[in-house]
Design a protein around this ligand. Structure first.
Ligand SMILES: NC(=O)c1ccc[n+]([C@@H]2O[C@H](COP(=O)([O-])OP(=O)(O)OC[C@H]3O[C@@H](n4cnc5c(N)ncnc54)[C@H](OP(=O)(O)O)[C@@H]3O)[C@@H](O)[C@H]2O)c1
Length: 163
């Protein structure tokens, strides 16, 4: 089963200059809890923006480069979203973790979307696609707690593909 995990601003911005814009420790904890022990699938740019491999997760990368050598050992390389989806479908869950191009490509195959919705607009150059509410419904929404380290209102919203 394929799921996607994203943190997005009110205007769907998810990043700028190939980086995340905000620092929300509670969202990082949520991401870690969801994905630990599972496969995470990412675009080549997102892989290369990681300072190191995330512990206890199997990393898959998607690239068009036939001879791509990932910067870290142990990363499984795919050359199309469809190739990765085919393998992911046999797993209990695999999480597409971005970036923008990957979210766009994997959206048609995703069963569940774990979306941290930050209730503020940010300026950026990478966006999450608009979630089609004809196709997905909200099955859970939990308000995050604002504090000095997590300064903007945010919610953990789970969307599931309608039957
Ligand atoms: N807020 C969040 O939750 C979140 C999460 C992740 C990332 N981000 C942000 O998203 C931004 C990066 O997104 P991005 O869209 O620029 O990069 P990306 O999706 O991480 O990677 C794009 C690369 O993936 C490969 N690719 C894309 N479509 C493909 C296809 N159909 N077949 C084969 N390979 C394909 C290409 O690699 P090659 O060029 O090697 O062919 C492409 O250059 C950054 O700002 C990052 O901080 C935000």
């Amino acid at each position: 089963m394929l799921a996607m995990v994203v943190a997005k601003a009110k205007n769907n911005v998810i990043g700028k200059d190939n980086q995340l814009i905000w620092h929300l420790p509670k969202d990082l904890q949520y991401f870690k809890k969801l994905t630990t022990g599972h496969v995470i699938i990412m675009g080549r740019k997102t892989l290369e923006s990681l300072p190191f491999l995330l512990p206890n997760r199997e990393h898959w990368v998607v690239t068009r480069q036939a001879d791509y050598k990932p910067p870290y050992e142990g990363v499984r390389v795919f050359h199309s979203p469809e190739e990765a989806v085919k393998v992911a479908e046999a797993l209990e869950v695999a999480y597409c973790i971005g970036g923008a191009q990957m979210y766009e490509s994997f959206m048609p195959y995703a069963e569940t979307l774990y979306v941290t919705e930050i209730d503020k607009e940010f300026e950026g150059d990478a966006h999450f696609p608009t979630i089609d509410l004809n196709q997905f419904e909200v099955v859970e929404s939990i308000a995050g707690e604002v504090d000095e380290k997590n300064p903007w209102p945010f919610s953990f919203v789970t969307y599931r593909r309608k039957e």
